[in-house]
Design a protein around this ligand. Structure first.
Ligand SMILES: Nc1ncnc2c1ncn2[C@@H]1O[C@H](COP(=O)(O)OP(=O)(O)OP(=O)(O)O)[C@@H](O)[C@H]1O
Length: 514
């Protein structure tokens, strides 16, 4: 007699398949972090022209530190290792808590806690992986909020980040009301470098808004919240995960024949499939390279916040990383005027304004001509938007087109409004505001209850995407099997999520081992 496969077994099998595929893809397509570290030391030894004795000492030191690092990686980090001090942020994906490591003795971190059950029901698996992968890829970047570690337990995912004590840029804007052009220039220049860094890692951020720029202790900006970031990689595409599961179900159906499936519930594959087959989610629906119509590879799902959302996304057209530059234009406007150009009481009206942006963009108040020119060359249709030259050149060449070009920020950096900016040394310049009057490293004065009281840009069209996917995930919605499948998926969906930054997590001894 043919074995009966329960949905539970299929879920476990597809989790294993997803883990193996993503693990080997990473191993085969990119060098291991350890070999990158080895190469970095080789380069350093060469640059410093060290003699053989000194070089040998460096290698001994390196090996000892690698051993220590690997030991740390094996030590399972748990939320129990942290003393939670305060909630500092809440969003659609989770809440961010200030916590001290090693039960009150270690360093202070911002820990983002994401409930697996809620996010899996909302079909957010791909987004959560993209967020973690971008943070890991951004290791060592000056413009991306530093990830210290990621781990999980049965219920939650945890992202341990360095604590940005100055709060976020929305809090700063709320405090200041409007900014002068001079102050705006500094922050927008830093935002350009933040977004450029994300594009260099071949991701689109898709949720550029003031709340997603954090202010460091020295007053500089770092970009955070990659819950909607998208790289075009199949492992960040909701469709991949759904297809894995449905694919296995279909195969099982063929091999088992007939419609027997779940001994426990008596559910039949035929029944589950008949209600769902036509609704397998399309996820990001990225068009493949040079698809039939010759279009560039672009993302298509509706994500981001309407107030900051580019019209091509609102129109549900294919879009690319230029959507992040539109959002930057909206932030510039908000800095100068104290409100966003397409602000409205409700989402639908906001959307209407974005779609009809040329009639709603009001620049009649006094702003310099250079400022006006910058805003108008960001808040415009994507073909005319600053940054487009990189797309035009690549489209005209034989090279593969892409949804993101790492050098698309160059054109923005060359705008006359930024003529006085020294891009190379910006991170060392004195910012217009430096967090002050802080009691100690746990001070949250720049966060004080602000996340509860401000509506800010809080509205997120992410919800609209969620509900589309939610409606489609019939396996989890199925009354009889849903809860059990969810339990299995919570345990298995995020295999490989763990990360420990090479450094002294929690020991208070500094950032990097090397
Ligand atoms: N490393 C950090 N240090 C200090 N504060 C942080 C840090 N990371 C996030 N925050 C705060 O927490 C808030 C929410 O974090 P985040 O945006 O990552 O959550 P989210 O659930 O993805 O939110 P959203 O609904 O905007 O998508 C941020 O706006 C910021 O104020």
């Amino acid at each position: 007699m043919e074995p009966l496969l329960s949905l539970r077994a299929i879920e476990i099998a597809s989790n294993a398949k997803i883990y193996l595929e993503t693990y080997f893809d990473r191993r085969l397509t990119s060098p291991s972090p350890r070999s990158l570290r080895r190469r970095a030391l080789e380069r350093l030894i060469k640059e410093l022209s060290l003699g053989s004795r000194e070089a040998a000492r460096c290698w001994d030191d390196w090996r000892a530190k690698e051993t220590e690092y690997l030991r740390r990686c094996r030590t399972k980090l748990q939320i129990r290792d942290f003393d939670v001090l305060k909630i500092i942020g809440k969003g659609a994906f989770g809440c961010v808590k200030l916590a001290r490591m090693e039960n009150g003795k270690g360093d202070v971190y911002a820990v983002k806690i994401i409930q697996k059950g809620v996010q899996l029901k909302n079909g957010q698996e791909a987004h959560l992986r993209a967020e973690r992968d971008l943070l890991v890829a951004g290791e060592g970047s000056r413009w991306i909020v530093p990830l210290v570690a990621s781990f999980q337990d049965d219920e939650n995912l945890y992202l341990v980040m360095e604590y940005m004590i100055g709060g976020d840029f929305l809090g700063f804007l709320i405090d200041r009301g409007v900014l002068s052009e001079e102050v705006t220039r500094f922050y927008v220049a830093e935002m350009v470098l933040c977004i450029e860094e994300v594009h260099k890692l071949c991701f689109i951020h898709r949720d550029v808004k003031p709340d997603n720029f954090c202010i460091t202790a020295s007053g500089h900006l770092k970009i955070c919240d990659f819950g909607l970031a998208f790289s075009g990689h199949w492992a960040h595409d909701a469709a991949y995960f759904e297809q894995q599961r449905w694919g296995l179900i279909k195969k099982t159906q063929v091999s088992v024949g007939g419609d027997t499936i779940d001994k426990r519930t008596g559910n039949t594959l035929a029944r589950v499939l008949s209600t769902t087959d036509s609704t397998i989610p399309h996820g990001e629906r990225v068009l493949s390279w040079r698809n039939k119509s010759g279009q560039r590879r672009m993302a298509r799902s509706i994500v981001g916040t309407y107030q900051y959302m580019a019209p091509e996304i609102a129109r549900e057209e294919a879009y690319d990383a230029r959507c992040d530059w539109w959002s930057l234009g909206v932030i510039i406007y908000e800095c100068l005027f104290g409100y966003t150009p397409f602000h409205s009481e409700n989402r639908e009206e906001s959307k209407i304004k974005v779609l009809d942006w040329s009639n709603y963009l009001d620049l009649t108040s006094r702003v310099s001509s250079q400022m006006k020119s910058l805003i108008c060359s960001l808040i415009c249709e994507k073909e005319a938007r600053l940054g487009s030259t990189a797309y035009r050149i690549n489209d005209a060449s034989d090279r593969l087109p892409s949804y993101v070009y790492p050098n698309d920020a160059e054109e923005i950096r060359s705008h006359p409004f930024f003529a006085s900016i020294n891009w190379r040394t910006l991170h060392m310049q004195m910012p217009p505001f430096i967090p002050d009057g802080l009691f100690d490293e746990t001070d949250t004065k720049y966060f004080t209850d602000s996340f509860n009281s401000r509506s800010g840009s809080g509205e997120s069209s992410y919800e609209s995407e969620c509900s589309q996917i939610r409606a489609k995930d019939m396996l989890l919605r199925d009354k009889e099997s849903g809860d059990e499948i969810l339990e299995v998926r919570k345990r298995g969906a995020f295999l490989g999520y763990t990360y420990v930054r090479p450094g002294n997590v929690g020991s208070g001894k500094g950032m990097f081992l090397y």
